[in-house]
Design a protein. Structure first.
Length: 277
């Protein structure tokens, strides 16, 4: 309890120091340049790692050029705080954070002892899961949770981040995503007024017309789609024509639900506008 409170208090101070971070216009009132601001963040997180409040911390994600200009002084700052830094140019992507945050950017991993190796081992674990087509469901969530634990996030924060960034939508009453349950009938992608974005129309069903979570699931899909950079608006329609039946469940979902995998069978594919790919 005490360590969680300490984490929240220290995090609050760090967040307060970072308020206003953004473009140069937003920072115009700050009497500090961006380089000094970034070094200050590294120093603050370095102290948190050094005293054991955080096991691992991260710098701001910067362009390779900006990191080149920062790395020498950042190394000095880390040394003053008795921690080490590791320059990461391919940060571990999980459902904790949107991939866009670190895409094409470099991050400094701030650590002590064996934490760096634990982080690298987690990257290897994810790579093997991806290579074997097993980076789904519980295995995918485990990677995010292990990274969150390394960052010393409390469980409630890990749950919140995963919920906000998970690309899959789940039936609240079943541990299987809606696609593998066969509840997504149709996906149509249309041009929007913004040439860089698209409108998405989803037609879905429910396991039963009396399902009390129908509106919640539809809203969950809409919210997650509209959080994507490529999506302008999302529209979700619930239909019972045709009515859903268990034959629509994928073999992967059958395994998770423990109902056995049927032999090869024809499964009507959802009508997907291939332009989405």
């Amino acid at each position: 309890m005490k360590s969680n409170m300490t984490y929240r208090v220290l995090s609050m101070f760090v967040l307060i120091s970072m308020m206003g971070c953004g473009n140069s216009e937003e920072n115009a009132t700050l009497d500090i340049d961006q380089r000094s601001y970034n070094l200050g963040g590294i120093g603050a997180f370095g102290e948190m790692v050094n005293v054991g409040v955080k096991k691992l911390a991260l710098s701001a994600a910067l362009s390779p050029e900006d990191m080149d200009a920062l790395i020498k002084e950042a190394t000095r700052v880390a040394k003053r705080n008795n921690v080490e830094i590791y320059r990461e140019n391919d940060f571990l992507e999980t459902d904790l954070f949107p991939a866009s945050i670190t895409k094409g950017k470099h991050v400094l991993v701030i650590y002590k002892g064996e934490t760096k190796q634990q982080y690298l081992d987690l990257k290897i674990r994810k790579s093997r899961l991806v290579a074997s087509s097993q980076y789904t469901g519980q295995a995918r969530e485990e990677i995010a949770r292990r990274l969150g634990a390394m960052l010393s996030y409390p469980e409630w924060k890990i749950n919140e981040l995963i919920s906000n960034n998970r690309p899959e939508c789940y039936d609240p009453e079943l541990p299987v995503d809606l696609w593998n349950l066969g509840l997504i009938y149709d996906i149509q992608i249309q041009e929007s007024y913004d040439e860089n974005k698209s409108d998405v129309n989803i037609t879905m069903s429910l396991t039963t017309p009396g399902c009390s979570m129908g509106q919640d699931m539809a809203q969950d899909i809409k919210t997650k789609l509209e959080s994507m950079d490529e999506v302008n608006q999302a529209f979700v329609e619930v239909t019972f024509d045709p009515p859903w039946n268990p034959e629509m469940i994928s073999d992967e979902a059958r395994k998770k639900l423990g109902v056995g995998v049927s032999g090869p069978q024809e499964r009507q594919e959802s009508n997907i506008n291939k332009e989405w790919e």
